[in-house]
Design a protein around this ligand. Structure first.
Ligand code: CA
Length: 340
């Protein structure tokens, strides 16, 4: 069967991606609804361009309740000047803007999880239309793609930049070089439990240098993790030859990043019980195979023993469930192994 040609994206940018200088505008997506018959979703975008050169596409709030990326990118969009750029920087601080406005992981419009909606559809839901626009219009413009995540309301991470093991080893090496340039306290070779539909996958399949992060979580951001995000973005832009700043106060920290690996699904611990979680290890602490990571206490009555969850390999606690109550199926812990 011949492939069916896709309709054009309904998204209209109010900026000209080919114009030199700084432009602040919107990606405008028609969204007809009860309170606005001819209304739109208005996703803020900034383009900073100075002549020919590589393009970086920077995004935050792909999940709407993750804040380090949004803070760092609203800040960068406000402060970056064209004379400091060689090439082009496209900044979308809040990629799933409806979710960001609601403070939720998924969109309140259609419950769409943007990072499970790629490559998207021009004739789909609002979330699918956003994904489609990035897949077919913005990703093709980019050489370097950085999507800044954190844990959101339900997870919390040690701060790391990450890339994936890829079939194209040249591309993989360029991705990990950018991760190293980010210079977060940790750098991760990341294993995804659910890669289908991810923005990461769409960018990687187009051959882009792709860097992601997990910089904290709990549905908030901290001064330390925001500083890591701001510094990391500038470090990667400098590494790509796009940011012309010399080594200034916002440069990479002196201490080396520690490399972590996720060699198998044994890294993840999923709850098989519901109840009250008792963390037994804090983020960043070393663990040995067999160590107790958490207990889940039954809450229906007193006198019952808690369920115990143990590490399946040696490493450090890289992620943990954030809220105090847990449901069966929740990811409660991720152990990253430390590269020697
Ligand atoms: Ca996320």
């Amino acid at each position: 069967m011949a492939p069916v040609a896709l309709a054009p994206s309904p998204m209209t940018p109010t900026v000209d991606f080919d114009r030199d200088g700084v432009q602040h505008g919107f990606l405008r997506l028609p969204y007809s609804r009860d309170d606005s018959a001819w209304g739109s979703v208005m996703i803020p975008v900034t383009v900073v361009r100075n002549g020919s050169g590589p393009t970086a596409l920077l995004t935050g709030a792909n999940h709407g309740d993750e804040y380090e990326g949004a803070v760092a990118l609203f800040d960068l969009a406000r402060t970056l000047t064209a004379d400091r750029v060689a090439g082009r920087v496209i900044i979308v601080p809040a990629m799933n803007y409806p979710a960001f406005q609601a403070g939720t992981r998924t969109s309140p419009i259609d419950k769409g999880n943007l990072n499970r909606s790629f490559p998207g559809r021009p004739d789909g839901t609002v979330t699918q239309k956003i994904a489609d626009y990035f897949t077919r219009e913005l990703l093709p413009l980019a050489d370097l793609v950085m999507d800044i995540h954190s844990g959101g309301r339900t997870l919390d991470f040690v701060p790391f930049a990450a890339a994936h093991i890829l079939p194209d080893k040249d591309q993989e090496a360029r991705c990990f070089a950018a991760v190293a340039a980010f210079a977060a306290p940790f750098s991760m070779r990341m294993l995804e439990i659910d890669a289908v539909g991810m923005y990461d996958t769409a960018a990687e399949e187009q051959g882009k240098v792709f860097v992601t992060t997990e910089l904290g979580g709990g549905g908030t951001a901290r001064a330390e993790t925001i500083a890591i995000a701001k510094r990391g973005v500038r470090n990667v832009l400098r590494h790509a030859g796009i940011l012309k700043d010399g080594a200034s106060g916002d440069g990479r920290p002196a201490e080396a990043s520690r490399w972590l690996d996720m060699p198998s699904a044994d890294c993840f611990r999923f709850a098989e019980d519901s109840g009250l979680i008792e963390p037994c290890v804090d983020l960043g602490q070393p663990v040995r195979k067999g160590d107790l990571l958490a207990r889940i206490h039954p809450i229906g009555r007193t006198g019952l023993a808690p369920a115990e969850y143990r590490a399946a390999l040696d490493g450090i606690l890289a992620a943990r469930h954030f809220p105090g109550l847990v449901k069966a199926g929740d990811c409660i812990a991720v152990v990253g192994t430390v590269e020697s």
